[in-house]
Design a protein around this ligand. Structure first.
Ligand code: ATP
Ligand code: MG
Length: 633
């Protein structure tokens, strides 16, 4: 099919388009109306329809392919880093999820109740998510690496009846006890859950609170033979809430529905990921992020695929572990992030070349801009197409990509691709709100109604949904992505960074992302962050922090000065002298969120001598000391 025609139909006649897509999933009651957009910007998809996410992920496949593998849980977080693996067929997964659902029901959890899941990457985490979906409870998965304070704010926002957790996680072979963090978070929070369901991995001793804490293994025994039928839910019932990464500020609780989300995932699995029942999907994200929700847990299962849940880092026992998994499980589609690829790139290529990767058809990357060197390197190593895709926690599935299942359009370097079905994309001039022409930079926005699968609202705060996302232009109500973009003559979009990451140097507005892109083309720069720092004379100046490829550079003052001069030369040539950073500092590590996104706001605060504020989403706090030291030196 021709992409243009396909896309046009989804925009011109969304009701026919999505009405057809709805047939991809099973419904208890079919919808009476495809779309209700009578109260913009709130949209309701598949009105009157009743379905269930868990039914479509598991039960539906049990008759057809009950003995085929559904879930493969692999952990390299073992004492010797040797992978330990366990698999469940669709039938076995159904039984396991029914047990977990029965446990939840015995703890008083039912339709519409909130369950917070604070878990490492173990199979029980997915059982818990699917069990919630099965009985119509709403899950709120909080990334297992978050500290007590971040967890406490999320407990207070979601007000869970039940928290599901474990004694500990493990990172790079080191046990990270969760239970003390959880207890501290519950102490800090004003809301108290009635029960805490604990999976004991026997990694770390736990103190239990009598009456509140209950043991998973014990209850599982009790409900070994439990049968828990699926609870049929109205299409617009809340399936889950999930907080954004907090890269630019306070995380927002994204709320999603049941029917629209299930249809959107089924559609994306076919048109974008080309997944086929019986094949294996490997997404290296974490269940704490939206990518993990959509493409570790729900998407692949909805498509009848086996899904891999991986606990561990990509370089332990060595940098071949992912490729070992691809070979062993004949993975056909893989999903990861540019950050992970950059980590692998630092290791010898022989490690991946020793594995037979012939099952792999494509690698999808998302989450942050995919730079050319990273994309080229991994494409060369794997010999398969690298498909960049752009989306947000808010959208739940790709906004821009290549719909390979529709038409195998060529990818274009530096571009995540073209709009996916149902996303009516536009670029608007930031100050006038006027439509941008080809090759003209603007704010990337989506015209309502947002397609199925996107956020319904900000949890518990409709007004915040309208104010935050839909009120950025006075002339029309559109959804703002808060990202800059540009579209070329052929309709490919390019993301030029976040609208918050703009600096004003002597009246010139510059995107820090553009300066970063220019600096990263230097052969000795492996990563870079540019921030705007207050300046008496110019208002703001750009300051760059680079991670040199040659580690010696950072330690040698002469080499540092030479690199700074070369970076200046590059920026002058590519963007002009106004964009030239006032200083170029060398560090070994940049502050990032745990999902791998640069935390420019923290760097900026330190540069301006301010308190960095909420640092709870940071991956490695020592990166902030590096910034401080670099400023001193
Ligand atoms: P917060 O909204 O709380 O500040 P966040 O925006 O980092 O956090 P996410 O929803 O995880 O939270 O990230 C979505 C953002 O990630 C996008 O808006 C965009 O800035 C960036 N992004 C995602 N995929 C891509 C991509 N393929 N290319 C460029 N940028 C991307
Ligand atoms: Mg965001």
């Amino acid at each position: 099919m021709d992409y243009n025609e396909f896309y046009k139909q989804s925009i011109d006649d969304p009701e026919t388009f999505w009405g057809t897509q709805a047939k991809r999933i099973e419904w208890r009651t079919p919808h009476s109306r495809v779309l209700d957009y009578s109260k913009p910007p709130f949209s309701k998809w598949f009105v009157g329809g009743e379905t269930n996410l868990c039914h479509n992920a598991i039960d539906r496949w049990v008759d057809k392919q009950g003995d085929q593998t559904a879930l493969i849980a692999i952990s390299t977080e073992t004492p010797d880093a040797a992978p330990v693996e366990k698999t469940w067929s669709f039938r076995e997964l159904q039984r396991e999820v029914e047990r977990t659902a029965a446990i939840m029901q015995s703890l008083g959890v039912g339709k519409g109740d909130m369950v917070l899941i604070y878990m490492p990457m173990i199979a029980e985490a997915t059982f818990a998510m699917l069990a919630c979906a099965r009985i119509g409870a709403i899950h709120s998965v909080v990334f297992g690496g978050f500290a007590a304070h971040s967890l406490a704010t999320r407990i207070d926002d979601a007000k869970p009846k039940l928290i599901v957790s474990a004694d500990a996680g493990s990172r790079v072979g080191k046990v990270v006890p969760y239970k003390p963090l959880l207890d501290e978070a519950i102490r800090l929070a004003s809301h108290k859950p009635a029960h805490v369901l604990l999976v004991d991995r026997h990694l770390s001793a736990m103190e239990r609170v009598a009456g509140r804490d209950v043991d998973y293994a014990e209850l599982r025994q009790k409900f070994m033979d439990a049968k828990v039928p699926v609870t049929w839910l109205p299409s617009d019932h809340i399936s889950y809430i999930l907080y954004t990464s907090g890269t630019t500020g306070k995380p927002k609780g994204v709320q999603r529905d049941v029917g629209g989300y299930t249809v959107a995932l089924a559609t994306s699995m076919d048109y974008i990921f080309c997944g086929k029942p019986g094949e294996t999907y490997f997404c290296t994200s974490d269940i704490g992020w939206v990518v993990g929700h959509s493409y570790i847990v729900y998407g692949p299962l909805i498509a009848g695929m086996a899904t891999i849940l991986y606990e561990g880092v990509p370089v332990r026992p060595d940098a071949s572990i992912w490729w070992q998994i691809v070979e062993k499980h004949k993975v056909s589609r893989m999903f990861s992030a540019p950050t992970a690829v950059r980590v692998l790139k630092k290791h010898p290529s022989e490690l991946m070349r020793k594995h037979d990767l012939s099952s792999l058809k494509a690698l999808y990357l998302a989450g942050e801009p995919l730079d050319e060197p990273t994309s080229d390197w991994i494409a060369g190593e794997l010999g398969v197409p690298i498909i960049d895709n752009y989306w947000q926690t808010e959208t739940g599935w790709p906004v821009l990509s290549i719909a390979k299942g529709v038409q195998d359009k060529p990818t274009r370097l530096g571009s995540p691709g073209v709009p996916m079905p149902g996303y009516k994309m536009k670029l608007l001039n930031e100050s006038t709100g006027e439509l941008c022409g080809d090759n003209e930079k603007g704010v990337l926005v989506i015209e309502g109604p947002l397609p199925p699968g996107c956020m319904q609202t900000v949890y518990g705060d409709d007004q915040r949904f309208v104010n935050t996302y839909w009120s950025n232009f006075s002339n029309e109500q559109v959804y703002s992505t808060f990202d800059w973009g540009i579209r070329d003559n052929d309709g490919y979009y390019f993301i030029l960074g976040r609208t918050d990451d703009v600096i004003n140097v002597a009246g010139h507005r510059l995107g820090t992302r553009e300066i970063e892109e220019s600096i990263s083309s230097h052969p000795n720069v492996s990563e870079v962050a540019v921030v705007g720092v207050e300046d008496k004379l110019k208002g703001q100046v750009a300051v760059a922090f680079v991670v040199p490829k040659q580690a010696e550079t950072a330690a040698d003052p002469k080499a540092r000065l030479a690199l700074e001069a070369e970076v200046w030369g590059l920026v002058d040539k590519q963007l002009g002298a106004v964009a030239r950073p006032a200083r170029v500092h060398c560090v070994n590590l940049l502050p990032k969120t745990r999902s791998g996104k640069l935390l420019r706001r923290l760097i900026q605060a330190i540069c301006e001598g301010r308190d960095p504020g909420d640092t709870t989403t940071i991956e490695d706090p020592t990166s902030l000391d590096q910034i401080r030291n670099a400023l001193k030196g």
